[in-house]
Every structure is written in C-alpha cells, then in structure tokens.
Design a protein around this ligand. Structure first.
Ligand code: PEP
Ligand code: MG
Length: 581
C-alpha cells in the first residue's frame, strides 16, 4: 500500500481501478506496396473508416446524459468529415500515386489537409485542423488495432490518473464512469479542479508523480476530502474507506434538506447563494442544490469543446437554455474569458511568453471586435428570455471599461437596426480580479451595476502566485492579510456607491471563509453547486455581529498563518462538519 498526498480540490471519496490516460501517440508504419495490393489497402481503409463512423454513432446514440449539446455537435461534425467523399477520394488517389501502405498515406493526407487549414486566414478553418487529426486518429486506431484512448469511450467505472488534463478532456469524457480524478499537475483553482467540482467528481491534483507509480487497473482509493491517493490499499484501510464513503454520502444528502430554506443569518440578513457553471447541462445540479441563481456562467466553455467560435445563433440558443431553465432566478453570464490558462485547443493565441499577463479575456475581445460583438448581440437578444446580467472579466481600469461599454453600445445599435428586441436596461457588471481594478473600484463602481470579486485571479495577481502551479501552491493564501484588506476595499467602495458586490472565485465556496466574507459585507456568494448547502448551513447559524467581530479580530493580525489558525479553530468550534472540507 502506498499513500500519496496532493491537493484536495473536489470533495468525496472514490474507490476503483486506475485508468491511466496519456495523450495518444500513434506510431504509424511506412512500407511500399505493389500495384496489386492497392485494392486491398483501399478496402482496409474503408473498413476502418466504417468502424470509426460506427464508434461515433454509438457515442451519439448511447443516449447518456453526459453527451451534452456541445459534444454532440463536435461528434456530428466528425461524422460529416468521415463521410465526406472528397476526403475518401483524396486518400484513394494518394494511395494509388504513392504506392505506400494506407496508414502512411492517411497520415500524409491528414498532415497536408491540417497544414492547409492551419495556414488559412479564416479562424474557423484553422480550428478545423484539429478535427482532421481527430478523425484520422480514429481511423488509424482501427487500422492498427490500437484502442484509442478517448476519455469519452471509457465504459468501465474507474479513477482517471493523468499527468494533466485539459478542460476539454473533462467536458467530453464519460462522466458517468469516471468516479475520481488524480493528476500530477494542477492546483485548487485550476480549471480542471473547477470542472471536477462542477461535475461532482472527487479529485486530488498536484500529486507530482502519481502517473509514475500507478499502473492500469491497480486498486485506488481517492480521498478528495483529505487530498490523498492510496494505491493498492490493505484490507483494513479499504474497509475504513468504504464506511467513510457511506458517511460522506449521507452527510451530503442531509445538507440537501436545506434546499428550500433561505440563506439568512440568525439576525435576518438575507444573502444570495448562487452557482458557477461552465456548460448549460449543469443547471440540473444547480437547481438540485438550491441555488438562488447563477452568479457566473463561464461562457468560454461554449467555445472550448467545439474548438471554434460559435456563431451568434448558436450562442443565443445556449444562453436561452440557461435563462429559461433558471427562471425567475437571475443568470450572470460572463463574456469570453479566453487566453491565459483557458485555451481553445487549436486556436492560436500567439505563443506569448507570459500568457497569464497577456492577451486574454476582455483584452482579447477588444482586439477582436467582431467576435466580441457577436457574443454581445447574442447576450442582448437572450435578455428577453429571462433574468440576465452581463459581466466583463479582467477589467483593469476605467479606460478599458469605457471602451468595453462603447462596444456594448455598438452591439445594441446593431440590434436596433435589425429590429431585434432586447432589454435596454440589462444590468452590466464587472469582475474584480486585477489588483488595479480593486484599488480603483470607487471609480469603476460609478459605471456599472454590480461587482463580482474573482479571487482565483485576484489572489494570483496579488501574491504573484500562479494558480495552477502545485510547487508554489502553499503561497496561494486566501486569508493573506493583503488579500483580506483588498476585498474590504472593494466591498466598501461598492457599498458607498450603492451597488451590490458578490464573489465568484473559489474562496466563495470555501466553508472556512464563509463567516469572514459575511463580516466583510459580501452580498452574494457564487460557487460550484455542490458547495451551496454547506455555506447555507453556516450562514444560517451565525449573526452579522459575530461575523463582524471575527473580521475585527483577524484584521488586527499580522500574518496569514496567525489568521488561518484563528479562523480554523473559530469555525471548527462552531461547525462539527467543517473539518471534512
Ligand atoms: C476568478 O478569477 O476568480 C474567476 C472566477 O474566474 P476564472 O476562475 O474563470 O478565471
Ligand atoms: Mg478569473
């Protein structure tokens, strides 16, 4: 038995066989063939292509809920490519010309098509190059009798073990069968962590070298509540964990009893507890956990799985789905936050040496006004289908905000010209996640209707600590006195200008932070749906006076360690369930 410690990022306990995932490397043989072998090779190609088509049809029709709308579209576009007569003719023609085995010819055709697409000026066409590679890999895996390692195809229950995962891997994987996630890389606020929580999959990240010593099918216990991975556990450990898994499930069920109750403190302050979502399918979980609304819809995930910029109508459909599903509750949709750590596979962002400080989020949108305006028009049109708020990410100062608001006005004008209805007064807010915005929040508050503090990035920029890097994860300190003071500045500036302030960074879902945030004056908390019941339970058990007193005490303290120790013991004395988090 071996126990490895990593970073707990998504709670719960999973027990099952390991499934190691590494990006596919298909080694393609190359040899000459005679004229007489050509029909045989063409037949091999057609058989493998038919099988690839069948694979996709099975995925599309297995009717499981994890096939979301975005993945369905992606798979349908792969079917179209596989059935494209021009693609098939190109392979046959090259085969006759080159007289090489079909695997080698297929790779050549794939390379030449993908390179042509990559060189195109048109972004949509550039992005299609990855699809060509995907379908070619599917055919090759049949030609070479290799099992393709697609996470969507996993059919047996298992714990996924990987060096690192892309957000698109988690969105498209078979989420019914993957009961836990363990990776070498990543931290608490990485997007893999956020998605694991969103899909309620226990996860431990930042394990450094878990892929180095776990083998396929070895039994693993993944303890997402303590950040442990136990490989080949002994009988006693296994028995203990089977019992604690049951206890955890019961505890979670009990918390759901609070769903119908409001998040109101003992002295009557009503808080909004909302949920963050990445894909529209999540609204079932959001409603099941009793959220008052959606405080952050990370719209970039609509772009990540299809690997392209969706058009205005496609976006409108997705926004309407969420707005109508959540009615009459409010839905805050954040405009595209691409770049930095959020990458669309295949969309080139320019090979920057410092992408986290680079061309990302609203900066990217402002330099691509057509992409941005198509999203803004879709959002505005969606505003008549529910209770919408629009939020801009990564605003760093007032000039950037003014330019952004100017583009919003242009989008409104375009809709007026097209005679399309929208809510002229849709509330507009900004995320406060750049320190310069936090320090100028008194100025920014005069131009928008709400703030939402994005602590994931705010802490990253404030302490200069990469949110994804497990080596320096110990420095990622939400209770750092600098961070707490900054949050206070933002809340006070929002309130003195008469606007509400929420928080949609992961700190909002941290039970240990719940009372501090209350005492700092936060109005709205937005988090992964699974976090809502515990935060509600805490809020319902305290008074504002108690919360303010706690904040008063910790604001006098000098170090993160002192604050952290004090808050932990304060919370653990009052909430016996909290040490599970
Ligand atoms: C944040 O930075 O806190 C935030 C909510 O945005 P994201 O995690 O998507 O960067
Ligand atoms: Mg952010």
């Amino acid at each position: 038995m071996k126990v490895v410690e990593g970073i707990m990022v998504s709670p719960g306990i999973a027990i099952g066989p390991a499934c190691l995932h590494s990006p596919d490397v298909i080694i393609v043989p190359s040899y000459d063939i005679s004229q007489g072998q050509i029909p045989y090779e063409i037949e091999r190609f057609q058989t493998a292509r038919d099988r690839a088509v069948q694979d996709i049809e099975v995925l599309l029709h297995r009717g499981k809920p994890e096939i979301g709308e975005m993945e369905r579209k992606l798979l349908n576009s792969h079917l179209l490519m596989l059935n494209d007569p021009e693609f098939q003719e190109e392979v046959t023609r090259t085969l006759k010309e080159r007289k090489k085995n079909v695997e080698c010819v297929l790779r050549e055709v794939e390379d030449s098509l993908a390179k042509k697409l990559e060189a195109s000026e048109d972004e949509y066409l550039q992005e299609r190059s990855l699809d060509i590679r995907d379908i070619s890999n599917r055919i090759l895996s049949h030609l070479l009798y290799q099992k393709q390692g697609s996470l969507a195809d996993i059919e047996e229950e298992c714990i996924l073990v990987a060096h690192n995962l892309l957000p698109s891997d988690i969105i498209s994987m078979n989420r019914e069968k993957i009961v836990g996630i363990a990776t070498d890389f990543g931290g608490k606020t990485s997007h893999v962590a956020i998605l694991a929580r969103a899909f309620e999959i226990p996860a431990v990240l930042g394990l450094s070298e878990v892929t180095g010593f776990v083998r396929n099918d070895e039994k693993i216990i993944l303890d997402g509540n303590r950040g442990l991975v136990i490989v080949e556990p002994d009988e006693a450990t296994l028995r203990k964990y089977i019992t604690s898994r049951k206890a955890w499930q019961q505890h979670e069920l009990q918390l759901l009893n609070l769903n119908e109750l409001r998040a109101e403190t003992r002295d009557g302050k009503l808080l909004q507890l909302e949920s963050n979502i990445e894909v529209p399918d999540e609204i079932h979980s959001v409603l099941a956990h009793g959220a008052d609304g959606i405080g952050l819809f990370r719209s970039e995930f609509l772009y990540i799985v299809p690997r392209k910029f969706p058009d205005e109508e496609e976006q409108l459909q997705a926004y309407n789905l969420v707005l109508e599903g959540m009615k009459p509750r409010s839905v805050t949709i954040r405009t595209l936050d691409l770049g930095g750590d959020k990458i669309i596979p295949g969309v080139k962002l320019g090979g920057e040496s410092n992408p986290i400080l680079g061309w990302r989020a609203v900066r990217f949108c402002l330099s691509k006004p057509e992409v941005f305006k198509s999203q803004l028009r879709a959002l505005l049109r969606a505003s008549v289908h529910g209770n919408l708020k629009i939020m801009f990410p990564m605003i760093s100062g007032v000039e950037e905000l003014e330019i952004t608001l100017g583009i919003l006005e242009e989008a409104k004008e375009e809709l007026r010209k097209r005679g399309l209805p929208f809510d002229e007064n849709v509330p507009i807010g900004i995320m406060i996640e750049v320190p310069s915005a936090a320090f100028t929040s008194d100025i920014l508050a005069k131009k928008v209707s709400f703030f939402s503090i994005g602590t994931n990035d705010l802490i990253q920029y404030m302490i200069a600590v990469d949110r994804e890097n497990e080596r320096i994860a110990y420095l990622y300190e939400p209770f750092h006195p600098g961070v707490l003071r900054l949050i206070k500045v933002v809340v006070d500036n929002a309130h003195s200008n008469g606007i509400p302030v929420g928080m949609c960074g992961e700190m909002a879902g941290d039970p240990y932070a719940a009372v501090i945030l209350l005492g700092l004056g936060l109005d709205e908390y937005s988090m992964s749906a699974i976090g809502i019941p515990a935060i509600k339970r805490i809020i319902r058990s305290v008074t504002i006076a108690e919360a303010e007193e706690l904040v008063g005490t910790i604001m006098e303290m000098k170090s993160y360690r002192e604050i952290d120790g004090h808050v932990r013991s304060w919370m653990e004395k009052r909430f016996d369930f909290i040490s599970r988090y």
